[in-house]
Design a binder for this molecule. Structure first.
Ligand SMILES: Nc1nc2c(c(=O)[nH]1)N[C@H]1C(S)=C(S)[C@@H](COP(=O)(O)OP(=O)(O)OC[C@H]3O[C@@H](n4cnc5c(=O)[nH]c(N)nc54)[C@H](O)[C@@H]3O)O[C@H]1N2
Ligand SMILES: Nc1nc2c(c(=O)[nH]1)N[C@H]1C(S)=C(S)[C@@H](COP(=O)(O)OP(=O)(O)OC[C@H]3O[C@@H](n4cnc5c(=O)[nH]c(N)nc54)[C@H](O)[C@@H]3O)O[C@H]1N2
Ligand SMILES: [Mo]
Length: 829
């Protein structure tokens, strides 16, 4: 079967139904630029999509040194050939004419072009000066979840052992720090227990604050294909918006924002009350069950119903499904992670799996999801607030082991306190103890909370800001030095997705003249700084992606994320492989914890855990007494209300998040015509009852305001829960008329003008999902409609008179549902 499908209008394409326990059929999706005949493609270069954490494997089509399209890789475990809309169209951004092609430095207040040596020397001389005057703590690095493993590892070594600073974190703090923290709390160590293949086997799939239809569209295709096949799974969806996931669910719970812990405690209460727990599993593999049972004894569905504003009967139905599932797969993402009790809530989902023994078997697993494509690598490599290889900063033998790998003295590696988290780094910059901040692959002037504050921090005279990006972003405009980076498709490296699948992502074309791979930039800096090991040799001994990968393998050896069985060649031949991969598991490891909990022993665990209410770290003595044998830790948590509650002035709750067609601050997706046209501008979602109470209509220009700031957008009336507003956070300012942040006269459109500087105590992940807000009309619709897509969670509650989102001929992509491919489409290079 071969079809041509508008994948803007039909984002998930055609169905290939399959039965439970059967393999997911192949469907190869491809999109080539207009006028390109597949037979003229000269090379297909193996790569992976980097616009979400799914790890969709694809080949990049190349003609005359230019990218001309992409095609899903049929043989890959993650996507079986499928691609999502961002995968299909997003590559076009690489060739955007406004790519940065020269470093810039600030002179007399303006950014002017200069050569690489000038830019690098400026950074080096500032680094040296600061090290001398103020010490390593005056330098901070804020990186991303979108580079390659080799780049993070190099950055981690140069920051932690070269500079010797504790201030290195990723925007993964905003993204998956709760995933990591929840895994550490329950299993002693980071590392995703489950596998995407669990979707093939589960009879119940529960999605907690995870709009998988829009944010991992290819795995949603897999769920849709199962829903259309034999013995389909039943879905439980916990989300206050009427997402596509909610529409297909057997039970949809739409709780009041920020009440996940209350809801989960009630679900646990019901499951324990009805004796749907696996006592053998609990006895063999866990500690803490009795405390949990007594803690949730009073958390009845009726109690939670009031807090969450969800009918008690509906909670009972959800508990019935979760409690009777024979293979339960749960997924967790930002609706849980970006809230004030993020870790507490995420841990309750782990508890659900621990008490039901739903781990380590096909279909029985938990996915504490990642969001960004390489967030897993940021964490593994210690380019976030962890030490490389999931080593425990509180365990001296782990620090000594790392020092051995790097051939430095243990005291060189800061471990006097937990690695500094990003929100704290911005605070230090605000206070003046951090004087240089090197930002790579992230756009905090749009993505961090409370943007007016972030702009003022980054614009300070005394703070030296380096920005490494593809474009002159809102953040780059505030920098002292801008370094033009090469990106996906223009450089080689490995990336690990949310289910531990490691892919090799190859260079297909040259970067624009003047731009350099991030790895080369970090290596250049390390060489200019002349970082040395304890014997006077160079600290960093590698020089290209493959040698960096080999160095990382040595650092990962014997750790849970063991890469020693992988090579570039093996990844080229096999495609994606799940870590750990070593001598005993040469083909990788599909599921962790198939034989009990492996990494929670006090001597090996990555963390001794934290107090979920205060975030205080436990010490080894406390942990040893709690969990001497290294079992799974069941940790109870009391519900606490959100920090900001609606009142007379701010009667609504406000939540923010994503749409299918855009990636974050849109530096790539707004430069892909099909994606941009599908969601060209910001909007505001409100419920039917709230809109009618305020006399508001579809397309009205409205303002949403919080104590921090306000945004304006056109109203879309949807099936969102009453009392809640939603604003997508994708829309910054670079493509507005002024190109600048609002000056008071121009209305703002970035959701983070309104969000608060506040975070979860344990994971330090900021709160993007709960604020109190006011809503008012600025201007009648007057014929305008909202730019919100109709295919997604922003679908209008009443569809009449609102044009459907379509892509037309420019968005037509090919779908081939049989495994055989035309000869002219076979791999050439
Ligand atoms: N299209 C697209 N895909 C992406 C990305 C993108 O920008 N665009 N980004 C990637 C990244 S980095 C990430 S982190 C992921 C994020 O992926 P998701 O977490 O799936 O996306 P969000 O839209 O941030 O939030 C998910 C849902 O949380 C719900 N929610 C809000 N408040 C609450 C609450 O209090 N409780 C519960 N249970 N739910 C709540 C929202 O209604 C929303 O539908 O997506 C990845 N994939
Ligand atoms: N209100 C609100 N705010 C949020 C969220 C939310 O749900 N609501 N979600 C949060 C989450 S989960 C996330 S992950 C963050 C994302 O926030 P950001 O990371 O700030 O968003 P991006 O637009 O992905 O920024 C990545 C930057 O890296 C650049 N880039 C891309 N590839 C490369 C490369 O290879 N090298 C270099 N050097 N640069 C590159 C891009 O051009 C872009 O400027 O936003 C967070 N902020
Ligand atoms: Mo994220």
């Amino acid at each position: 079967m071969h079809a041509s499908v508008d994948r803007i209008g039909q984002p998930w394409g055609g169905r290939t139904p399959y039965d439970r326990h059967e393999p997911w059929p192949v469907r190869v999706d491809s999109f080539l630029a207009e006028g390109v005949d597949p037979r003229t493609v000269q090379r297909w270069v193996q790569a992976t999509s980097l616009l979400h954490s799914d790890g969709d494997a694809m080949d990049i089509a190349v003609v005359d040194g230019r990218m001309v399209g992409v095609r899903g890789r049929a043989q890959e475990r993650v996507n079986h050939g499928r691609l999502g809309p961002k995968d299909l169209y997003g590559w076009q951004a690489n060739a955007s004419p406004d790519r940065l092609t020269s470093p810039l430095v600030r002179r007399n207040g303006r950014l002017v072009e200069c050569d690489w040596a000038t830019a690098m020397e400026r950074i080096v001389s500032r680094s040296r000066g600061l090290l001398e005057e103020r010490g390593p703590g005056s330098i901070g690095f804020y990186t991303t979840g979108q580079l390659f493993l080799e780049e993070y590892y190099t950055l981690a070594v140069l920051a932690r052992a070269g500079i010797g600073t504790n201030h290195l974190d990723g925007n993964t703090r905003l993204c998956t720090s709760t995933a990591a923290e929840a895994l550490k709390e329950s299993f002693g160590c980071d590392g995703q227990p489950g596998s995407y293949d669990d979707i093939d086997h589960a009879d119940v799939i529960a999605l907690f604050g995870h709009n998988i239809a829009e944010t991992q569209p290819v795995q949603w295709m897999r769920v849709l294909d199962r829903l259309d096949g034999g013995d389909p799974p039943r879905l439980v969806c916990v989300d206050p918006r009427l997402t596509q996931v909610a529409r297909r669910s057997a039970v949809h719970l739409a709780p009041r924002g920020g009440t996940n812990v209350a809801l989960l405690n009630a679900l646990l209460h019901e499951i324990i009350r009805t004796e749907r727990v696996d006592h053998d599993y609990i006895a063999a593999h866990t500690v803490g069950f009795e405390e949990l049972a007594s803690h949730v004894r009073h958390c009845t569905p009726r109690w939670a119903a009031d807090i969450c504003d969800v009918p008690a009967a509906r909670i009972g139905e959800a508990a019935e499904l979760l409690g009777t599932a024979d293979r339960l797969l749960s997924t967790v993402l930002q609706g849980v992670y970006q809230s004030h009790q993020a870790t507490a809530a995420a841990v309750q989902i782990n508890n659900l799996h621990l008490i039901r023994g739903m781990l380590g078997r096909p279909g029985a697993g938990v996915l504490q999801m990642n969001g960004q494509p390489t967030a897993q690598n940021t964490r593994e490599c210690g380019a976030n607030g962890d030490l490389p290889g999931f080593r425990n900063w509180q365990n001296d033998s782990h620090v000594a082991d790392l020092a051995r790998v790097w051939n430095v003295e243990p005291k060189t590696i800061p471990h006097y306190a937990p690695p500094t988290h990003a929100m704290q780094m911005f605070r230090y910059a605000e206070q003046g103890s951090i004087r240089m901040l090197w930002i790579s692959g992230t756009n905090p002037a749009v993505s961090l909370p409370e943007l007016s504050r972030i702009r003022s921090v980054l614009s300070q005279e005394r703070l030296f800001v380096v920005v490494q990006d593809l474009f002159l972003t809102e953040t780059a405009q505030l920098a002292d030095v801008v370094l033009p980076a090469a990106t996906w498709g223009e450089k080689t490296g490995t990336c690990t997705n949310a289910d531990r699948t490691v892919h090799l992502c190859n260079k297909a074309v040259d970067p624009p003249a003047g731009a350099r791979p991030d790895l080369d930039i970090f290596l250049d800096y390390a060489a200019r700084m002349d970082f040395r090991d304890k014997d006077g040799g160079p600290l960093i001994t590698w020089h290209d992606p493959e040698s960096a990968f080999e160095a990382w393998k040595r650092c990962s050896a014997g750790r849970p994320c063991d890469y020693t069985g992988l090579t570039y060649d093996k990844l080229r031949t096999n495609g994606g492989i799940q870590w750990p991969c070593h001598e005993q598991a040469p083909d990788g490891t599909e599921r962790l914890y198939t034989d009990g909990i492996a990494w929670a022993h006090p001597d090996v665990c990555e963390s001794y855990g934290k107090d979920l209410e205060t975030g205080a770290s436990n010490d080894v003595v406390e942990y040893r007494s709690l969990n001497p044998d290294g079992k799974g830790v069941i940790k109870a948590a009391a519900y606490l209300p959100p920090h900001e509650a609606p009142d007379d002035d701010h009667p609504f709750q406000l939540t923010t998040g994503r749409t299918l067609y855009h990636f974050h601050t849109r530096t790539k997706t707004a430069r892909a015509p099909q994606l941009n046209a599908a969601a060209p501008d910001v909007w505001v979602e409100a419920s039917v009852s709230d809109a009618s109470a305020l006399g508001l209509e579809e397309g009205d220009l409205v303002e949403v305001s919080t104590p921090r700031g306000a945004v304006q957008g056109r109203l879309r009336i949807t099936g969102i829960r009453p009392g809640l507003l939603f604003v997508p956070f994708h829309y910054g300012y670079w493509d507005t008329k002024s190109g600048h942040a609002p000056d008071g006269d121009t209305p703002a459109r970035a959701a983070n003008e309104t969000t608060v500087t506040d975070w979860d105590p344990a994971s330090k992940q900021p709160l993007f999902k709960t604020a109190a807000a006011a809503l008012r009309r600025v201007e009648h619709a007057d014929g305008h409609t909202s730019p919100a897509p109709t295919t997604t969670a922003s679908a209008p509650a009443r569809t009449d008179a609102i044009p459907a989102t379509t892509g037309g001929p420019p968005a037509h992509a090919s779908e081939r549902a049989d495994a055989s491919r035309d000869r002219d489409e076979q791999d050439i290079g």
